[in-house]
Design a binder for this molecule. Structure first.
Ligand code: SF4
Length: 350
């Protein structure tokens, strides 16, 4: 990776590093891009960072998720990530000065309840009714329980019972504690939160995603921020982690004509920050990579060759029972693929 400040972030006190390295935007609108940031469009040729990552990890995994549309089993780790993201989004609804750890911690259980109402099947993660009795009134101010594994790791197990729910809520508090070490939300006024972004490349490929947070400085410089509730990747794996951020940066550049100044991943599981400063050459390379990836997806769609690519990530794959690498047999392919995949220009867009 060309400009990777991750090492500095790992070795320096991260909270001060963040504050010193980047002027903190203090106004929501000053310098913000003037064009609307949510020009959603409908397209059959679309790719998100998650699905691109699936195909790069394992073409068969992509098939199971996108072509077969097989459901994914909810996990405590993924659900906790959703809750923590919601808390961090809503935290900025409060005025500066009121965005404290205690306030954020107190939002965890209401956010969990809100999620549970929207997705009642999550009740299966815990013996919810009994469990809520067990934690009522407790653990709202800090907790700081042991934090589990990464975004993928640590999530395959099913929790259950009041003790597990209490530990799970406490672990969410622990993630928020780490967040407050990494940055002071009272010094920020994000321009956007949970922003849906989408653009159509000249090739016809639509890129879309949801950005956790955009900070816009008075100068107009944009910082793209994403929260990760897992741990930072080990040395040598930072570039792969930053792929998602380059993906977002490419969309924002295409939408607004300005390359984001900084891409920043906050790892709440380990209290580390990865930063990257992209440039146009980076983003052109990202676009070429995405087009090549999309053509590989098209080929697999046309040939039906969705071969498995076993790795350590198989330990967390929901579809082992259907995977030939584990003795399984995939279901027949659906009669019509949800991916048209035939309208891209042959040469790409840049
Ligand atoms: S078990 Fe591994 S190889 Fe099989 S589909 Fe899942 S990720 Fe791919």
């Amino acid at each position: 990776m060309r400009t990777q400040t991750a090492e500095a972030a790992r070795t320096d006190p991260v909270s001060t590093d963040v504050a010193k390295a980047e002027p903190v935007p203090t106004e929501v609108t000053a310098g913000a891009p003037s064009a609307p940031l949510i020009p959603l469009q409908v397209s059959g040729n679309s790719l998100s960072p998650s699905r691109a990552g699936d195909f790069m990890t394992c073409p068969l995994l992509y098939r199971f998720r996108v072509i077969d549309r097989l459901p994914q089993r909810p996990t405590p780790a993924a659900t906790r990530g959703t809750v923590v993201h919601s808390v961090l989004e809503r935290l900025f609804d409060l005025p500066s000065g009121e965005r404290t750890l205690a306030t954020a911690a107190a939002m965890v259980e209401p956010e969990w309840q809100r999620l549970l109402e929207a997705e009642p099947e999550l009740a299966g993660l815990f013996a919810v009714d009994e469990a809520l009795d067990g934690v009522a009134g407790g653990g709202a101010a800090g907790g700081g329980g042991e934090i589990g594994g990464g975004e993928i790791g640590g999530g395959a197990e099913q929790a259950g019972g009041p003790d597990e729910l209490a530990e799970w809520l406490a672990s969410a508090h622990g993630l928020l504690e780490r967040y407050f070490v990494l940055e002071d939300p009272n010094r920020l006024e994000p321009a956007e939160r949970e922003l849906r972004v989408e653009t159509v490349l000249d090739s016809g490929l639509t890129l879309r995603g949801i950005v956790d947070r955009l900070d816009v400085a008075p100068s107009g410089e944009v910082r793209v921020v994403d929260y990760k509730t897992g741990k930072a990747p080990g040395p040598g794996f930072e570039a792969r982690a930053m792929f998602q951020m380059r993906f977002y940066a490419l969309i924002l550049w295409r939408l607004h004509g300005r390359v984001p100044r900084l891409l920043q991943l906050l790892y709440l599981g380990s209290g580390e920050v990865l930063r990257y400063t992209p440039d146009e050459a980076d983003l052109r390379a990202t676009e070429r990579k995405l087009l090549a990836l999309w053509r590989a997806i098209q080929r697999a769609t046309e040939t039906g060759d969705w071969r498995p690519s076993p790795s350590r990530l198989c330990d967390w794959c929901d579809y082992q029972a259907l995977c030939p690498a584990f003795g399984g047999t995939p279901p027949p392919l659906p009669a019509s693929s949800p991916i048209p995949g035939r309208s891209l220009t042959p040469e790409g867009s840049s």
